[in-house]
Design a protein around this ligand. Sequence first.
Ligand SMILES: *Cc1c(COP(=O)(O)O)cnc(C)c1O
Length: 429
Amino acid sequence: MVAAVRVSRWRHVGEDGWMQQTLASNASCIELAESVTAHNYRPLPIVVAQAEGAWVTDVEGRRYLDALAAYSALNFGHRHPVLLDAARGQLERATLTSRAFYNDQLGPFCRDLAALAGMDRVLPMNTGAEAVESAIKVARRWGYEVKGVPDGRAEIVVAEHNFHGRTTTLVSFSTDPVARRGFGPYTPGFTLVPFGDAGALRAAVTPSTVAVLLEPVQGEAGVILPPAGYLADVRQVCTESGALFIADEIQSGLARTGATFACDLEDVTPDVYVLGKALGGGIVPLSAVVSRDDVLAVLTPGSHGSTFGGNPLAAAVGRAVVRLLETGEYQQRARELGERLRARLDPLLGRGLTAVRTRGLWAGVDIDSEIMTGREACEALAACGVLAKETHGSTLRFAPPLVIEPEEVDWMVDQLEAVLAHAPGRGTP
Ligand SMILES: *Cc1c(COP(=O)(O)O)cnc(C)c1O
């Protein structure tokens, strides 16, 4: 089995690490973590100690294919050598300055990222949620100062089943009751429309609409793809009504879908990209709002900021990420491996799967709820050496690092096929 063969590469795990000496077993690591952390997650019982490329190794030496890739934050795999070199090099020079001073990594990173996106300027932040919050602030101020919306009246149109992060404002316009319950009072100023319905969007836009904020592909919702032409319609509605099109490409962007941005697949250019996750190369939190001069110009000294935003360590890693993307190699891998994944998943329709949705190397599959839950499928997959995560009950997402090998894609689907074939609801074969 692939997983077993690969264990030998990590035979040194635990030999010299204090963590492995004090916490020798998966069970003891989990027990400690559960006793001292807030229970805002319910992880699979896997304790990662080492990782490389598309594979992780637990504290007991078991190998797993990482088919989640930290929700696409690990598009380039664990510890990509080029990104590690960039980080190591910068660790030896300077790591944090705050924006009270300049650092020599900030300019090159923002220049290169803006060029990659075909935009003028970058507002660097840290987490995805912060970048979405920042884009909302920019859009509101742009609405008042440029569009002329009366003060305090700005509206932003968002889609049902969105996921933009966990801050109080962002959960205010979530439609997921679990994400919202107990966290009010909620921030006003958001209008919900069904995702993929251009007519509903057109009807929701008013003279006070400053922006339409959307994920081009709804990742957390289960890799939900809008109908063809929808993003172009969104672009048209925004242009006609004088609203900003803000594309949250935190999960869909940076090569995952087979293009640098998911919007590229429909030849659509938004006014604002919101980026995060893979931008930090799986090493540091790094997010960004990327837009034109006339939009980001509304931010003035003191009006917005972040202590860690634009720090030289993150900027050095982010610039190396941009350099990897400039080659087009990862976009191409996502396209080719994605076709392979699709070809292997389709035959499972009616054999345990009720739906398959893919965009590049990114798949949402719906498990037949008669045979098992999404959680049960993930537990069974983990027992076979594949780490995946359910979202919304019976949907599983597969988004392995783009450095995965073609045979490993096949092996991953072989494990899914075996899990479905032996599902409890189907009886023992
Ligand atoms: C993950 C994600 C976010 C939030 O990013 P964090 O870094 O977790 O704050 C926002 N939008 C989308 C589309 C995401 O997938």
